[in-house]
Design a protein around this ligand. Structure first.
Ligand code: TRP
Length: 464
């Protein structure tokens, strides 16, 4: 069974693929945007606390369930829940994950497709030409670009094609291989951009903004937003980490791996902020509050700096790479369901699921044109923006992921039994001295915190 499902070649393969899943548009787009909106410093600290106290323990829980069962989410919960209270109903947590993967991927890949177009625009110099007029890109992005349905569909399909091919070639031969090539390149590009941004005049101000906390600027809303984001950015709540964890061997320490993945993800999100704030600060351009800043303000400011085309191009390439390793993990969750539960071959599963999601995504791609709420497109948004795109995003980030995460924490903390979880966490680790702390976090802190998100969503999200 394990043979036909595939396995990572080793620890590094797993860490890179999982980090690849975690690092994505969430880190490079959403995080800088919400950090800016929530006034920096104190928000960053709260976010780091949320990653440590809620995200990291849930990541351990997901990987643990995956490795214990060597199955993808639906079958994994069905198997572990069988003789427990709730029984086969727990398989529902897996189904929720498949549904979340399906809906997130169908819009994520549309946005991811934009990076291909923008890399191209940078290389041809067109982006600089548009950016010469301060309002140029705003007009281009909101008008021409999003309204061009066939172009939107084309880039979306291209991105889905790339995603599907990677998943098609399997755990080791596809997913891991892509991660092993793209993740080092991503890091290299980020380092180049951080060094570059340190030469800009806005760098010190960016550092101060990020690391000098002002706690008076914190609101309940920002705390919940930090928590919600910690969830999305670590790819939790829908069994992505569970699925990747089902391909690891017994020789790997789950707590250590989960810690490294969380750390890596956080460091990269902070690097992304440093780059973007330095760039924005070094110009007197009025920062647009819009979440589309990545495709409007950033290139506009870039254009005023030396070697704009080059840096713009590697910047969009970076975002594209980060997005691809994330879309791969989303498709893997959906495909592995078909493989483990429906008994399909990997080839059949990836092509079928990839195509169905691609077709669905076309609706998202086409719903962008003429949409007035476009400047508010809010990946993992709290508000439901109009159109299919907004609805999918709203459902996934406000309902599927939090509810999924809540149930995963409940299951691992309360249903699975301490003996099983303890035993699994010791494999590949040795005596796990942090077990008691982890168990407390997964039983009490994580469900309460994630429960708070769900309650706030039910109450109408009017906490800002
Ligand atoms: N973590 C990714 C990001 O930050 C998005 C993502 C990929 C994701 N796979 C996921 C989110 C699974 C939730 C669940 O962009």
């Amino acid at each position: 069974m394990a043979e036909s499902r595939g396995q990572w070649s080793g620890r590094m393969g797993f860490i890179l693929a999982a980090t690849g899943s975690a690092i994505g548009l969430g880190n490079l787009w959403k995080f800088p945007y919400i950090t800016h909106e929530n006034h920096g410093g104190a928000f960053v600290l709260v976010y780091i606390a949320m990653v440590l106290l809620v995200g990291f323990p849930i990541m351990i829980a997901e990987v643990l369930v995956g490795r214990r069962t060597q199955l993808s989410p639906v079958s994994a919960f069905r198997k572990l829940g069988k003789d427990k209270p709730g029984g086969a109903l727990w398989a529902g947590v897996g189904f929720l994950g498949v549904l979340a993967g399906f809906s997130i991927l169908s819009y994520y890949s549309v946005v991811a497709g934009w990076t291909i177009h923008y890399t191209w625009l940078s290389l041809t110099g067109e982006l600089n030409r548009l950016a010469a007029d301060p309002a140029g890109l705003q007009t281009y992005f909101g008008g021409e670009f999003l309204a061009n349905g066939s172009q939107q569909v084309m880039y979306h399909l291209l991105f889905m094609g790339l995603t599907t091919s990677a998943v098609y070639f399997g755990v080791k031969g596809g997913i891991e291989k892509v991660a092993k090539i793209l993740m080092p390149m991503l890091l290299l590009i980020l380092l180049i951009l951080v060094v570059y941004s340190s030469t800009t005049s806005g760098f010190n101000e960016a550092l101060r903004f990020l690391f000098k906390p002002d706690f008076s600027s914190l609101t309940t809303g920002s705390i919940l937003e930090a928590l919600g984001h910690a969830f999305f950015t670590l790819s939790l709540g829908m069994g992505a980490m569970l699925t990747y964890g089902s391909y690891i061997g017994k020789d790997i320490s789950i707590p250590r791996a989960a810690f490294q993945i969380s750390l890596f993800d956080t460091v990269i999100a902070l690097m992304a902020c440093l780059i973007m704030f330095s760039i924005i600060n070094s110009s007197d351009i009025d920062v647009s509050k819009s979440s589309t800043i990545l495709f409007t303000t950033i290139p506009t400011v870039f254009a005023q700096l030396p070697a704009a085309s080059f840096f713009n191009a590697i910047f969009y390439l970076l975002i594209g790479f980060a997005a691809l390793t994330s879309t791969i993990s989303l498709l893997e969750v959906v495909s592995s369901y078909a493989i483990d539960d429906l008994g399909w071959t990997r080839k059949r599963a990836t092509i079928t699921m990839g195509s169905v999601i691609a077709v669905f995504g076309v609706l998202n791609a086409l719903s962008l044109g003429g949409n007035d709420s476009l400047t508010n497109i809010n990946l993992v948004g709290r508000e439901s923006t109009a159109g299919v795109f907004g609805t999918m995003d709203y459902l996934a980030s406000n309902w599927f992921l939090p509810v999924g995460g809540f149930l995963i924490a409940l299951f691992v903390g309360w249903i699975m039994g301490a003996r099983d979880t303890f035993e699994e966490l010791e494999k590949g680790h040795g005596y796990f001295s942090g077990y008691k702390i982890w168990h407390f976090l997964i039983r009490f802190v994580a469900p309460l915190a994630v429960g708070a998100i769900i309650v706030s969503v039910i109450l109408g999200r009017e906490y800002q």
